[in-house]
Design a protein around this ligand. Sequence first.
Ligand code: GLC
Length: 448
Amino acid sequence: MSQDESGRSAAKTALAASLNRRSLLKGASLAAGSMAVGGGLLASTASGARAQGRTEITFASAKFYAKKTIAQIVDAYNESQTKIHVKYIELPPPSSSTEVHQALVQQLARRNGAPDVFTQDVVWIAEFAGAGWALPLDEYFPAAARAEYFPGLIDACTYQGKLTALPWIVDGGMLFYRKDLLEGIGAKVPETWADMTTIAMELQKSGKVDFGYLWQGKQAEVLVCDAVSVIGSNNGSILAADGKSATIGNDQAVEAIQFLYDTINKSKISPADVLSWDEEPSRLPFTGGKAAFLRNWSYVYGIAQDKSASSVVDKVGVAPLPHFAGGKSASCLGGYQYGVNASTKNREAAVEFLTWMSSPATQLRFAIDLGLAPTRPAVYDEAELAKEQPFMQTLQSVFTGATPRPVTPKYAQVSLALQSGLSRGLVSGDIKKELTATASKIDAILGA
Ligand code: GLC
């Protein structure tokens, strides 16, 4: 047994002992728990009766659309053991990123311990850690445990040297395309935006599709994700490498956003509606058979293969997003992570639950039943995954090279500035002016 393994099993024994102590103290701790919980969206209903002698903890997560639900996974946990009862609180879907963020911030800022465990978008880790809302997890997940995840994700979960989040699911922006239509005109999967535009125009002109390329231009988090990919694929960036100043007013970024503007106004491969669409509105015409190309997240593949929801079953391929000549494909890193509330009054129970939720077996269930991609490389080798979700195995390379959004505790403010500046540029067409103004705004946010 390695040092880390023996450390882990000692930690487990200590955890088990402390949970036993805790169940003796259950009356006192439950009373304290329910007193401490405030009102609002995440109010817990901790009650001795509901928890039936167990320690009750709350778990808040954004909701994902799939054939099974997170609530069912939590139920499986509750049925698997006798000491802890988890109450699941469902937040809006990740496409309503600003709303999910607000709900969590309001609750975590109360520092009253609710929710005990939560899931967070990869872009909030620095903010939640910087505010002292996320419990450092290093002692519960030592080096050997951390080595079981994609290293880039462990980096993303580490703030000022401490592990303040634990990888849950990983995602990245990718290109969905119609295999049948490309084959029909003898076209190869496009690697550059110019080639994609040519093919999209041809398919649109021939009446095979109504739309060439669908993307997400709504003034929302996903617009930042779309922008990160086009800008990154033109050797540009949003912030300088040291993270201290904005580079989004530079020529590479302006050219990249100009390309998005041109999809609506020049090549006309995209309808003006994309400016008010986030993930689902843009996905619908694609799986309805009306579009040649779509930029979106991995969840689309499962829907595209589902006869009850898709008219393009077996006709959809997935590829890295195109790039500009001289650039390379840039997928925007997405995904959600677990966090433990630094103010939790049920630390051991929270960690115990997290350990179960992040185990290879549970990650496999999330992958197969909810289509959510694992953050442990080993799970990609599971025979059951290969059988049920073969597409997911091909994604590993997209995820491992993905481009992160700016990493800063002020990300929420930076994102709002980006969302509004990008949106204004895409509506007015005065991209240079709007992105230059956005860069100044971001510089002020970072310098403040
Ligand atoms: C996806 C990504 C998340 C991103 C969101 C934007 O859920 O996983 O990182 O912020 O989409 O809508």
